[in-house]
Design a protein around this ligand. Structure first.
Ligand code: ADP
Ligand code: ZN
Ligand code: ZN
Length: 672
């Protein structure tokens, strides 16, 4: 007897011999321990048991079986296979992402400990008495009824509700309905938005019926939730980040994807490079479940299909308690700069507005999408700029830790005392990060207290929550942050939001930059005026007359969408075409030039003008590997299977060449 085993490495599966004494226990979905190579041991998942002996290879035997019952169910298998096909990666990569680390140990000691089932204690399962959801406002009730009605004919519905319209309240009512019918619900949130705020709000109603799944949980915590979901007493409600789509579900009835437009739903690195929203739609489909997508600023893809009628569409245009949407005031900093009126990065108008708010004991949020102190430093004398030795980027100055850091690979070094090129001793810093803003504030508003939220100050979940909690309790007057402060946060005393520099985002060389700028700016603006005081947003820009800036100030999603879509269609971009990026990586830049030209030529033979490139991506070397990108623009009605087969055939031809021995090829399907 033989078994095909999926291992957490980039291959689909390997065939092993099932020794007679294990034959009764080796079943599809069970975990087994197998040897690989000379002295490695892996935990794998049995994908099939059969009698076909593999030809011409020396077959090794399974060492042990870890489960009595399958650890992976049939829906999970189907889901894994879909991800592997659609996102063009081996099953092993999907398995690696799909199971908590503790379930796939690779050393002997861990292997012994990992088999133990941890069934939840009976006491845990008692249904706690929880409070009833708050009554919905008439507008919310209408939206809720429309969602329910839409689900009668559509599997997927978009809830397009302005910020602070009470989407979360509607979710709570909807979840309640599904749980009453004995269905499970998966509530997905982008990583950063999953804070105590939302967890507590939901816990209040669902108590012990809710499990939370977060990437910053320990391995043991994730394992416990996984096992519980596979047991006969699973949590009816899972609140989780993108990786929770891989949990075992048994009778999933509804998936909610909150902030559906969020980029962080897309896994960039490593494979599988999946989009959790799209994968969640597929997951729901496998269960015959419904998907509700919620946002104030829909992604073009989703809005497009909602307009075309493929998805249901439910608008909600008023804020709860009829609070007004914040007023967005544009401040032209080109002008202020010319007149030398800027105080650091602050325009006089922003300073004035902030001062008034602070005098009224209201709070302020400042948004700058760059962490660290400055973007780079430069020798005043000769212009030398420190760069990462491993990546093609400049190092970012972090003044507090007296270090210069690469934001791509984490390389860090001390600030030099002298310029290595000219021995000069003076450096100037260029660009403004959150750390510099904090410093400028202590000078401008010495009496104000500040909190900073970025990847440096909010490394752990605990730090992140302390900041949000502290700000909610008014332990600080001003919150300075990167895009972390734009996500779904609900503070009731914030009256002013300052967007310090709208231009960096706007000018990114990306066909999505307008869509993204609109989304980010509207979301961060939406943090203001949520409760008592009306909100004011100061948007500082050098491109005050840019159309997109006007659309943001008027909250005119429709015009933004309409004009951008015309361009998307003209230049063959999503949602009119599907994009696939083919990446090639190699240590040798010169050889990579040759190999990527070769691959592009082969691709053109099959795909013709749909192929663009190869190009060097904006960061063309990361961790000592050079990178090239080839872009494919594929018609929506093209067969995915055919595209995939052609690509993989060409990949095989490439990798069969001796010269391409150390070439690494991978794909990013529907890149963001
Ligand atoms: P959104 O998710 O659309 O941004 P929220 O659900 O966070 O909006 O609602 C904004 C604020 O209004 C929250 O503080 C929430 O508790 C409050 N709120 C919304 N709807 C209701 C309701 N029906 N009853 C009581 N409070 C509500
Ligand atoms: Zn110098
Ligand atoms: Zn680096």
């Amino acid at each position: 007897m033989f078994a095909d085993i999926i291992l957490p490495i980039p291959f689909d599966s390997f065939t092993y011999l099932v020794p007679p004494e294990l034959q009764a226990r080796v079943m599809r979905g069970c975990r087994v321990v197998v040897p690989l190579g000379k002295n490695k041991i892996y935990t794998g998942i049995v994908s099939s048991v059969h009698e076909k002996a593999p030809q011409g290879v020396d077959v090794k035997a399974i060492i042990n079986v870890l489960d009595e019952q399958p650890a992976v169910n049939e829906q999970q298998f189907a889901f894994w296979q879909w991800i592997a096909n659609y996102y063009m990666c081996p099953l092993g990569d999907v398995m690696k992402a799909g199971l908590p680390g503790a379930m796939k140990p690779t050393d002997e000691k861990a292997l012994k400990a990992s088999g133990k089932p941890r069934s939840p204690k009976a006491a845990e399962l008692q249904q706690f008495v929880t409070s009833a959801p708050q009554p919905l406002s008439p507008a919310q009730q209408t939206a809720m009824d429309e969602v329910v009605h839409s689900f009668q004919t559509k599997n997927i519905t978009l809830l397009h509700g302005v910020t602070s319209s009470g989407k979360t309240e509607i979710y709570i009512h909807l979840i309640d309905q599904y749980l009453r019918q004995g269905k499970q619900v998966l509530y997905l949130l982008p990583e950063i938005a999953l804070t105590t705020q939302i967890t507590e709000r939901l816990h209040h109603f669902f108590g012990e019926r809710m499990g939370v799944y977060h990437s910053k949980f320990t391995d043991a915590q994730r394992l416990a939730i996984y096992k519980r979901q596979a047991s006969n007493t699973p949590y009816p409600l899972i609140l989780g980040v993108r990786s929770s789509i891989f949990l075992p579900f048994q009778h999933l009835g509804l998936v909610i994807v909150d902030e559906e437009h969020e980029q962080s739903y897309k896994q960039q690195e490593p494979a599988p490079r999946y989009h959790a929203r799209n994968a969640a739609i597929m997951l729901a489909h496998l269960f015959g479940a419904k998907t509700l997508l919620g946002t104030a600023t829909p992604s073009f893809e989703i809005y497009h299909w909602a307009r075309k009628g493929r998805y249901g569409y439910v608008p909600l245009n008023q804020r709860f308690r009829n609070m007004q949407l914040p007023t967005v005031e544009v401040v032209d900093i080109k002008e202020a700069k010319r007149k030398k009126l800027m105080k650091g990065i602050f325009s006089p108008r922003l300073v004035e507005v902030m001062r008034a708010a602070l005098d009224r004991h209201e709070q302020v949020i400042l948004f700058q999408n760059r962490r660290g102190f400055s973007s780079l430093i430069e020798c005043k004398q000769c212009g030398w700029v420190p760069r990462c030795p491993h990546c093609d980027v400049t190092l970012t100055l972090h003044k507090k830790s007296a270090a210069m850091t690469c934001h791509y690979c984490g390389y860090s070094t001390r600030i030099p005392e002298r310029c290595p090129a000219c021995e000069g001793e003076k450096f100037i810093d260029i660009g403004t990060g959150t750390e510099k803003i904090e410093e400028q504030i202590t000078r401008l508003f010495p009496e104000a207290t500040t909190l900073r939220m970025d990847l440096d100050t909010a490394k752990t979940r605990l730090q992140h929550e302390r900041i949000i909690d502290g700000f909610a309790k008014h332990q600080a007057d001003i919150l300075i942050g990167t895009q972390m402060v734009t996500k779904g946060l609900d503070f009731d005393n914030v009256s002013v939001v300052g967007i310090l520099d709208a231009d960096t985002m706007l000018n990114l060389p990306d066909f999505r930059s307008y869509e993204r700028t609109f989304q980010t700016m509207s979301q961060v603006a939406g943090r203001a005026g949520r409760n008592k005081t009306p909100g004011l947003v100061i948007l500082q820009t050098r491109s005050a007359d840019n159309d997109i800036i006007r659309q943001i100030t008027q909250n005119d999603y429709w015009t933004m969408f309409y004009t951008q879509m015309t361009e998307r269609q003209l230049f063959r971009y999503p949602p009119f075409y599907r994009l696939i990026y083919v990446y090639l990586r190699h240590r040798d830049d010169h050889l990579l030039d040759h190999l990527s030209d070769d691959m592009a030529a082969r691709l053109r033979k099959t795909f013709g003008e749909r192929v663009l490139g190869p190009d060097r991506p904006p960061v063309a070397r990361i961790q000592s590997l050079y990178i090239r990108k080839i872009m494919l623009k594929i018609e929506l009605n093209a067969s995915s299977d055919k595209v995939r087969t052609s690509l993989l055939t060409i990949q095989q031809q490439m990798l069969a060449m001796p010269i391409a021995k150390n070439l690494n090829i991978y794909y990013d399907v529907d890149p963001l």
